[in-house]
Design a protein around this ligand. Sequence first.
Ligand SMILES: Cc1ncc(C[n+]2csc(CCOP(=O)(O)OP(=O)(O)O)c2C)c(N)n1
Length: 594
Amino acid sequence: MMPDDVKSVPEAQLAGLAENVRDKILRSVAKNGGHLAASLGTVELTIALLRTFDPPKDKVLWDVGHQAYAWKILTGRGDAFETLRKHNGISGFPNPAESSYDAFVAGHAGSALAAATGMAAARDRLGGGHVVAVIGDASLTNGESLEALNNCASLTDRLIVIVNDNAMAISKNVGGIARMLGRILSNVRYNRVKAAAERMGHRMRLTFLRSLYHHVEQVVKSFWLKNSLFETLGLRYVGPVDGHDLKALSSALLVAKEDKRPVLIHVVTTKGKGFAPAERNPTAWHGVGPFDVASALTGASSKDESGTPPKTWSDVFGDAMVEAARKDDRVCAVVAAMKDGTGLAEFAKEFPDRFFDVGICEEMAVTFAAGLAKSGMKPVVAIYSTFLQRSIGQIQHDVCLQKLPVVFAVDRAGCVGADGFTHHGMYDIALLKPLAGMKVLAPTCADELKGALASALLDSSPVAIRYPRGVAPQKKDVECSASPDCKVRILAVGDQVGKAQKVKDLLASGAIAAEVVPVMNVKPFDFRISRDALLVSIENAALCGGFGEGIGADLKFGWPDEAVCHGTVDELEREHGFDAQSIASTIRQKLAEK
Ligand SMILES: Cc1ncc(C[n+]2csc(CCOP(=O)(O)OP(=O)(O)O)c2C)c(N)n1
């Protein structure tokens, strides 16, 4: 379906359209995994946007972009949607390289308002259509969003901001903005009078009558919401609007479209709408792997639950944190809206007064931790590698310059697979290594991760511990003894030890003796490298600025100087010559050239 088709659907059939879109989202996510709950909540909003605006001339930016599945389906990607998150298939996030209807790359929270303000400022000078940014209530709390809100009214005259308020981040939304939105929703008198004015407004199809309604709405609002943050910052506040009521949505969008000032529409939606398990537990259904719809609906698990599931790196980290906090009451944890993902749910339960979730505010999380450390606490900041990129300035200025003992647990370091190029954690080594006094550790197994955390908590300066997505091997299962006729020395960083061992075995089958050296201490690196064999480095990180480059390895294996797309880790490794087979054959070639 294309936007013009959406416009031509008769009103009476719109509910059916919404149902079909939800069904497609549900079936595709059940098959491939993906972000379910957020996208189920924005189906009506997407339909209303496509009926009111004319993309791609009008620009619609989705913040984070995990809620844009309906947008993809209704802008010409319905048939291809079954390839969601598959290698060479539809990306799980907006990407202009995939479709001109995706106005801007998204994946990290908080960029849409700034980008939309820039697009609107360009439009004011060069011409063009409307600019609309859709942002979740939790992403609105991000520093970059608030900086954009602070500036947008003075940088452009026309901009439409839609706040999709479902009261949730991945877990419950936190902080003062969340409370403010909640207060507006629970302002009974304002909402009663506004609803009455709205009923009148809906009936007004003629422009002059609608403008009368706007006037009434303005008076109502100036009485009850005169000090609202948005109005103070120069945006006209419209709402709250029921985000599943297509009529109400369309009339609010029309109001915004006709206005000559920046407008913010406060839309209220239910995360997981239309799929009962996700409505009941939107956190569990935020991002999911493949599942069986029927079993999910009946409450039966579709997974084989025999035996305990193997521990992920995040689980191992979470357990180690609980252990450390039991021993030392200065140990505390800081997260940026990722309690569950970073494995800290148990820690938060056992030590609520030493667990700090600051919302999607990675910069603040780091400087807050610096403050905790300066005043005697032992903070561990757990952030995914890709989101830590947001706070490199704070790590350098607020932590490293003062040599503060903050520990960084850098989760999802390396290739993350299906989430694709906005989410791969490939740059932390290159970004952290140059920072004065920063130690960078890459444990090779669960035991090393526990040891790394324990020693980092005793350190008097900053330490970053990076580990990937997925299951952690319990012990380093690697044969480290050097053979006297060793032709190849493979330095394997962190999680790459298993792969290096495979490379060694492949080389051995061709009578090439190789040695594997596991590298946990990326910085400082204290291994004396003798050059009597071909020196090879393998790291699950960007090659540019990485470990191998730093030690001048003869052959360096890692991720190339380009955006790596989505697919399974195996597929992406094969595509980039970074799987064991390809590495072994490149080494054989190099030896043959010598
Ligand atoms: C900078 C950054 N930090 C963390 C995340 C991880 N993340 C993805 S979605 C999400 C919650 C978003 O909540 P909200 O904006 O309210 O949208 P909703 O999912 O509720 O629709 C988080 C924390 C991210 N994408 N970007």
